[in-house]
Ligand binder design. Structure first.
Ligand SMILES: Cc1cc2nc3c(=O)[nH]c(=O)nc-3n(C[C@H](O)[C@H](O)[C@H](O)COP(=O)(O)OP(=O)(O)OC[C@H]3O[C@@H](n4cnc5c(N)ncnc54)[C@H](O)[C@@H]3O)c2cc1C
Length: 482
């Protein structure tokens, strides 16, 4: 057996046991890989769905619900073992106990690590009540009492909102002028701040936490805020420590080519730790796309990939973000701007178009437009002439085209199409848990849950016949006719 060839028989060692590694191994076996596979994970537990940690933190889901399906028995999974060095010359990795483990093909799937601020009084960051909700222990449910969320980027804002909705007394401290200031412009940010307030969250923007004391945090203007729990949501960065020990190229992530190969032909990288051209850092969809592609490559098939475009749907009501943030903040001179601002009704849309196609955008409170605009963006199709009707979701031609075709992928995380969902429904899966068990839809990041529910409702309505259908308003979910 070859130890190195990418032909479906080589011995594969994967470092990191998060969603990217888990999907890679599943797909390797799916594509017929027959060689030995070993996975090393630093966390003491099997892989789990990190993107759903917020649901554990706010008490919606028990920790066990995040577990990913066990890997096939012939895969050697070694949890609780951190790999500390790679020796590409001898083609082996070293674990923290000093043991050496040879590899044929090495895959780095070390994910990202939280970026933590220096806070006086935080010492080794084990100050009472201070935590980083990035792992299952860090995301255990929040106890009663005041909560301070430190950092109002995407994850911090989602966290503050979820905890506010769950009835906690939450303050969100964020140095930017408005929540998610790198992703959103000022008007969208103001609407998000209003949504947070409605959920009972106090946004403290333009402020930083500089120190922690028992039961309190100290702001940079000297004020003290009560904080039974303080959650550090201060960003993440690709975890490239191991790649550096192998002297691989690192630039905001391990540099890889379009086949996810590093400059060492025996070492690949994927998921949050990797820097692939055109990739959205830190999204599960990108990690899973890469896992699918790399599995094909390692099985000797064509695993080249084109970076896919994704729409970011934060866990906040009626918000969608498209494209790179810099395109929104510093658009090019030839870009066309379409802006709809209706603050009284909480609606705001801004599209940046280049050569008649969506390059970037933000939509708040414009649910009827999200599906259509999202598809125009992800498929890079020209937008219709009536831009305003597009934003309002009233362009009939385009609204009709937002009826999902059977081939549409509804659950991006698990690649479940509308056709798969309807088939599961016909085979007896009649509610969300049954659909989830049959297809795994909704078990990834969870943002497709509403669409899946509506597809079930539409299937049920069409079974009841046309007379009944006529009485049912056409279901529109987030602007998407199902
Ligand atoms: C709170 C939160 C909410 C999120 N929500 C969403 C969302 O809604 N939508 C979305 O698309 N994405 C979301 N994400 C991002 C998503 O979870 C990541 O994109 C995804 O987890 C990346 O998977 P990964 O396997 O590359 O990395 P990770 O999940 O980071 O896993 C990497 C694993 O490798 C291990 N490891 C690292 N170094 C070593 C080593 N040297 N030896 C052994 N093991 C090692 C780590 O301990 C970790 O277990 C969220 C993330 C967080 C934290």
């Amino acid at each position: 057996m070859s130890a190195t060839a990418a032909d479906g028989t080589s011995a594969v060692t994967v470092i990191g046991y998060g969603p990217a590694a888990h999907r890679l191994v599943q797909r390797l076996r799916h594509h017929g890989h027959r060689g030995p596979v070993t996975v090393f994970g630093a966390e003491p537990r099997p892989a789990y769905q990190r993107a759903q940690l917020l649901s554990v933190l706010d008490g919606t889901l028990p920790a066990e619900a995040l577990a990913l399906a066990p890997l096939p028995e012939d895969v050697q999974v070694r949890t609780g073992i951190r790999i500390t060095a790679v020796d590409p010359r001898r083609r082996l990795v070293r674990s923290e106990d000093g043991a050496e483990h040879p590899y044929g093909i090495l895959v780095l799937a070390t994910g990202s690590r939280p970026v933590l601020p220096r806070l006086a009084g935080a010492g080794d960051r084990r100050a009472p009540g201070l935590r980083v909700p990035y792992t299952l222990p860090g995301a255990r449910p929040v106890a009663k009492g005041p909560v301070v969320v430190v950092g109002g980027g995407l994850r911090g804002t989602e966290t503050a909102y979820a905890l506010g909705r769950a009835g906690h007394d939450v303050t969100l401290v964020h140095p930017g002028g408005h929540p998610m200031h790198r992703l959103l412009d000022g008007r969208a940010g103001a609407l998000v701040a209003a949504t947070l307030r409605e959920a009972g969250v106090v946004p403290e923007t333009g402020r930083r936490v500089v120190a922690v004391e028992p039961g309190k945090v100290v702001l940079d203007d000297g004020r003290l805020l009560a904080a039974g729990t303080s959650l550090l949501c201060t960003g993440t960065a690709p975890d490239t420590a191991l790649a550096r020990t192998a002297r691989l190229a690192v630039r905001h992530g391990v540099v890889v080519d379009d086949r996810l190969r590093t400059r060492d032909p025996h070492i690949y990288a994927l998921g949050d730790c990797a820097r692939a051209a055109g990739r959205d850092h830190g999204t599960l969809e990108s990690a899973w796309d890469e896992a699918d592609a790399l599995a094909r490559t390692l099985c000797g098939a064509d695993g080249s990939r084109r970076a896919a475009r994704h729409v970011v749907r934060p866990r906040l009501p009626a918000l969608a973000v498209l494209g790179p943030p810099d395109a929104l903040h510093a658009p090019g001179g030839q870009d066309e701007h379409v802006v709809l601002s209706d603050p009284a009704r909480g609606r705001y849309g801004r599209l940046v178009l280049r050569e008649g196609r969506v390059r970037a955008g933000v939509l708040v409170g414009l649910d009827r437009a999200v599906a259509t605009v999202g598809r125009l963006y992800t498929e890079d199709r020209p937008v219709p002439p009536d831009r305003l009707a597009l934003l309002l979701g009233t362009d009939t031609e385009y609204a009709n085209s937002s009826v999902l075709p059977d081939t549409a992928v509804v659950c991006q995380c698990n690649h479940v199409t509308k056709k798969d969902l309807r088939q599961a429904w016909r085979q007896g899966a009649r509610d969300l848990p049954a659909i989830a068990a049959a297809t795994r839809a909704t078990t990834g990041c969870g943002t497709c849950t509403e669409v899946v529910r509506r597809i079930c409702e539409t299937a049920a309505a069409s079974c009841r016949g046309p007379a009944m259908n006529a009485a049912v308003a056409p279901p529109v979910v987030k602007g998407l006719r199902t």
